[in-house]
Design a protein around this ligand. Structure first.
Ligand code: NAD
Length: 427
C-alpha cells in the first residue's frame, strides 16, 4: 500500500538533497532537519449554544538564527502538525532566499471556520494568542494570515496580545487591515513579485516582453496582479483559468487578442471564479480548465494551486515554452521538475517567485515597529529592489555552479541559515 503523502517528509527530502550539495556537517543537518521549537496546546471555547469545545492549536518555529521567525496561521479541519512543520521549514528558506532578517514559523488550529460563528472564531483567535503570548511577539515570532484566516482574525489576535502585554505592539502580527497597521501594496505584492523576477529572467534569456505570450492558471490574488504586471511590461496574456463553484470544475478563458483583467474582474466572484456565460459575451473562448498548460506561449504562470505540472500534464507543454514562473506554492511535482530541467525550460522556483508576499509582510512589520507608514509606490519600489536582487543572486549561483534554478535557490537559502547558526556558535 502507498503511504499517505507527508509534506514534512518531502520538506526534509528537499533539505537533504541541498545539504548534500553543500556538504553540510552532521550537526547542522540535524539542527535544520527539524524545528527548533514546537508548541502544541488546547484552546477551550464556550460555543454560542453554551456548550464547551476544545480546539487543538500549534505554533512551530523552525529556525530563528537570522531573526524573529515569521509565518502564517491556518484554520483547517484537516490540519496536521506535519503540515505545519513542513510549512515552517519552507518559511525559513523563503525568508532567507530574499535575504530578509527573519526565520521561519507556521501555526494552525484544527477547526472549520465555515461552521463557526464570528464570536466563536474570535474566541479561537484570542485563545491561540493566550497560549503562546510569551513565545511570540515583534522580536520573537511574527504571525500572519494563511488558509482561512483573514485581516479580522489578525486584528483580534493583535488586540489580545496587546491586552496581555499592556502595551501597543502593532509589529506583533502582519496582514492587518490598512489603517489598522496593515501595509499598502500587500494585496499586489505576491503577483507583482512574480513579475519582477520574470522580468529579470527575460532579460538574461534575451526575451522581448512585447513579443512574448503568457498563459496563467488561476484568476485570484496572485494571478490577477501577475497578469497586470506582465501587461505593464508590454507582454500579452492569452488566457487564464478559474474554478467554477457551481459546476465543480475549472475552465480556461482564452482570447487570442489578449485578455483584459479589468473586464474579467467585473464578472468574477470573490473567490476568483469567472462567470462563463458573461465571458462568452465578452468574446472569450471557454475551454476545459487544463487548457492553460497546452497553449503555444513563451511563459507559463501556474498561480492557483499545488500539483499542477505533473508527469502527465507536462506532456502537453508546448515546445515554445521557455519560462515557468511558479506563482503558486508547489505547482510542479518532482518528476515534472526533472522533465522541465531536461527540456532546458527556465524555472523561477515558487519560494523565490512568490516571496513578494512575505517580503511585503516584513515591510508591514518594519513600518509598524517604527509607527510610520510608506506610500504604495514606496512599498512597491522596495519590493522590486528585494525581488530583483534575490533573483540575481540565485541566477548568478546557478550560472557559476551549473545548477538548476530550484537547486540554486535552495543552496542560497540553506547556506545563509547554516552560516547564521555557525556564526552564533550553535553548531
Ligand atoms: P486565491 O484564492 O485568491 O485564487 C486562487 C485562484 O485559483 C482562483 O481564481 C480560483 O478560481 C483558481 N482555482 C482554484 N482551483 C483551480 C483549478 N483546479 N484550476 C484552475 N484554477 C483554479 O489564491 P491566491 O492567494 O492567489 O493563491 C494562489 C497560490 O499562490 C496558492 O498556491 C498560494 O499558496 C500561493 N501563494 C499566495 C500568496 C499570497 O500572498 N496570496 C503568497 C505566496 C504563495
Amino acid at each position: 500500500m502507498k503511504s499517505a503523502f507527508n509534506p514534512f517528509e518531502m520538506a526534509q527530502a528537499q533539505f537533504d538533497k541541498c545539504a548534500d550539495i553543500l556538504e553540510l556537517d552532521a550537526a547542522t543537518r540535524e539542527l535544520l532537519r527539524f524545528p527548533l521549537r514546537e508548541y502544541h496546546f488546547a484552546i477551550p471555547v464556550r460555543m454560542d449554544d453554551g456548550s464547551f469545545r476544545v480546539f487543538r492549536g500549534f505554533r512551530v518555529q523552525h529556525n530563528d538564527a537570522r531573526g524573529p521567525s515569521k509565518g502564517g496561521i491556518r484554520f483547517h479541519p484537516q490540519e496536521t502538525v506535519d503540515t505545519v512543520r513542513a510549512l515552517s521549514m519552507w518559511m525559513t528558506w523563503k525568508c532567507s532566499v530574499v535575504d530578509i532578517p527573519l526565520g521561519g514559523a507556521k501555526g494552525g488550529v484544527i477547526c472549520d471556520p465555515h461552521n463557526l460563528s464570528l464570536r466563536e472564531q474570535e474566541q479561537i483567535c484570542r485563545g491561540w494568542v493566550r497560549q503562546v503570548a510569551k513565545n511570540v511577539g515583534p522580536t520573537l515570532d511574527v504571525p500572519a494570515p494563511d488558509v482561512m484566516t483573514n485581516p479580522q482574525h489578525m486584528l483580534w489576535m493583535l488586540d489580545e496580545f496587546e491586552v496581555i502585554h499592556g502595551s501597543k505592539n502593532p509589529g506583533f502580527i502582519t496582514g492587518k487591515p490598512v489603517g489598522m497597521g496593515g501595509s499598502l501594496g500587500r494585496t499586489e505584492a505576491t503577483g507583482y513579485g512574480v513579475i519582477f523576477t520574470l522580468r529579470e529572467a527575460m532579460k538574461v534569456l534575451g526575451m522581448d516582453p512585447a513579443k512574448s505570450l503568457a498563459s496563467v492558471q488561476g484568476f485570484g490574488n496572485v494571478s490577477q496582479y501577475a497578469i497586470r504586471g506582465f501587461l505593464a511590461l508590454g507582454g500579452k496574456v492569452v488566457g487564464c483559468s478559474s474554478w467554477d463553484q457551481a459546476d465543480q470544475t475549472s475552465y480556461y478563458f482564452r482570447k487570442a487578442t489578449g485578455i483584459d483583467p479589468d473586464e474579467l474582474i467585473s464578472i468574477t466572484d470573490r473567490f476568483g471564479g469567472i462567470n462563463k456565460e458573461k465571458a462568452k459575451g465578452l468574446g472569450y473562448e471557454v475551454l476545459p480548465g487544463d487548457a492553460w498548460i497546452e497553449q503555444d506561449v513563451d511563459i507559463l504562470i501556474p498561480a492557483a494551486l499545488e500539483n499542477q505540472i505533473t508527469g502527465e500534464t507536462i506532456k502537453k507543454v508546448s515546445m515554445r515554452v521557455r519560462v515557468v514562473a511558479e506563482g503558486a506554492n508547489g505547482p510542479t511535482t518532482p518528476d515534472a521538475d526533472a522533465e522541465l530541467k531536461s527540456r532546458g525550460i527556465f524555472v523561477i522556483p515558487d519560494f523565490l517567485a512568490n516571496a513578494g508576499g512575505v517580503t511585503c509582510s516584513y515591510f508591514e512589520q518594519v513600518q509598524c515597529n517604527m509607527n510610520y507608514f510608506w506610500t504604495q509606490p514606496e512599498v512597491l519600489q522596495r519590493l522590486d529592489e528585494k525581488m530583483t536582487s534575490a533573483f540575481k543572486s540565485v541566477y548568478e549561483l546557478a550560472q557559476n555552479r551549473n545548477l538548476y534554478m530550484r537547486d540554486a535557490a535552495y543552496v542560497i537559502s540553506v547556506s545563509r541559515v547554516a552560516k547564521a547558526c555557525h556564526d552564533r556558535g550553535w553548531v
